[in-house]
Design a protein around this ligand. Structure first.
Ligand code: GDP
Length: 384
């Protein structure tokens, strides 16, 4: 089997991996060393320079790999023509071209570990990458294997913990959605820009200028967030604005958290009831206050900010992170990160609740490789 490991698109260098039965022979037949013997006679981990591909071929560096799944790594030029030439030459020697995910599956018998390596490549922040790396190193597999032998009460509470952590786990790649809402002119667009650090939304003193949702990707405390600025939620006269308002209501319905912006420098005329998790942002703190949040907001959580001076923006970021992830998983914790894992854990909990311990164990066992740890050996087998 062979696959292109580097992402699609142009780059300086591309990496093509060949592995599985016959891999070394196929690579050896396709590779023309600049000097000396072929790849089959080259010891592992020693880079060899040569050419590969029809005609003159591309200049490549080939390395014979040891360990699992072994094979040969070929580094060629990153242009699509160079990659195609190398791939075709390997195909001509009998290699089957597969998607990069196949190499993860070949590197480990654990479906969870393979998925973790796959998601790790997409992790948008260091914090999410660390959690996925721990799952790639077997944290979730170990916990599930451990659960199978646990007592009923212990099993129930640990399942509960895992299911709860999936709320974070399932967001590690896609992140959370935070919607900025409030009446026109309270400072939503300025806030979005201030939090993003650059001007993206249109800021204007005319109410209702932000007609569409404007989205930026950022992170708070290492949690990836999509920040959405919506058009002011109000009775709109013209049609364009009205479609913006409808969109705002839809965005709010899909949000994990709504930042409800109230202008502290003007009259408090917004009595919109919060729907879903909401954090109140009292804006324009650099201007004289027309009302005091602590006095009028009661127990509702709020942060006072100024997009103009930057006051309170750090507090707001911290409050967003705390609200989205009140209990971050401790280092090394088992964290389910895919919907199918959550579904299996939920099914195991249902089986246990209905008194069917055997069914619960079977569901958990089905999440693991057929032998755990594989062959009684070192766990897990690391990809790459
Ligand atoms: P939106 O309609 O809620 O998106 O409001 P904008 O972000 O467009 O802001 C409306 C007006 O308030 C603009 O003139 C902004 O410059 C002004 N504004 C926004 N935030 C602040 C702030 O923190 N301090 C001051 N002094 N003015 C602000």
């Amino acid at each position: 089997m062979a696959c292109v490991l580097t992402p699609t698109g142009r780059g300086a260098v591309a990496v093509v991996r060949v592995w599985g039965p016959g891999a070394l022979d196929a690579a050896d037949a396709a590779f023309r060393p600049a000097s000396g013997q072929g790849l089959a006679a080259t010891p592992p981990r020693r880079p060899r320079f040569g050419r590969l591909g029809a005609g003159l071929g591309d200049e490549v560096v080939a390395v014979v790999l040891d360990g699992e799944p072994g094979g040969v790594e070929i580094q060629c030029h990153g242009g699509s023509a160079a990659i195609a030439m190398v791939v075709e030459a390997l195909q001509g020697e009998g290699a089957r071209i597969v998607e990069p995910e196949a190499i993860l599956a070949a590197s480990t018998p654990s479906p969870i570990v393979a998925s973790a390596w796959e998601d790790l490549a997409q992790a948008p922040t260091l914090r999410t990458a660390e959690i996925l790396l721990e799952q790639a190193q077997g944290a979730l597999d170990r916990e599930i294997a451990d659960l199978i032998g646990a007592g009923d009460r212990d099993l129930a509470s640990r399942l509960e913990t895992l299911i709860d952590r999936a709320r974070v786990g399932l967001r590690l790649v896609g992140g959370w959605r935070v919607v900025i809402a409030g009446r026109p002119n309270v400072g939503k667009s300025r806030l979005l820009n201030a939090m993003a650090g650059y001007a993206r939304a249109i800021v204007s003193p005319t109410p209702g200028t932000t007609r569409d949702a404007v989205t930026i990707r950022t992170a708070f405390d290492g949690w990836p967030v999509e920040l959405v600025d919506t058009a002011g939620v109000r009775e709109a006269e013209d049609l364009v604005e009205r479609s913006g308002v409808e969109r705002a209501l839809r965005e709010r319905a899909r949000a994990d958290l709504t930042l409800h912006v109230l202008d502290r420098s003007g009259p408090l005329d917004d009595r919109a009831e919060p729907t879903g998790p909401t954090l109140i942002v009292a804006s324009k703190a650099d201007l004289p206050a027309a009302w005091e949040p602590a006095e009028v907001l009661g127990t509702a959580p709020f942060v006072v900010v100024s997009a103009e001076s930057g006051t309170g923006l750090d507090d707001l970021g911290a409050a967003i992170a705390r609200t989205l992830v009140p209990a971050p998983p401790v280092p090394g914790a088992a964290v389910p990160f895919r919907a199918e894992q959550l579904a299996a854990l939920t099914a195991a909990r249902a089986a246990l609740e209905s008194g069917d311990r055997r069914a619960a164990e079977q569901t958990l066992r089905a999440m693991l490789p057929t032998s755990f740890p594989p062959g009684g050996g070192r766990w897990p087998v690391r990809a790459g």
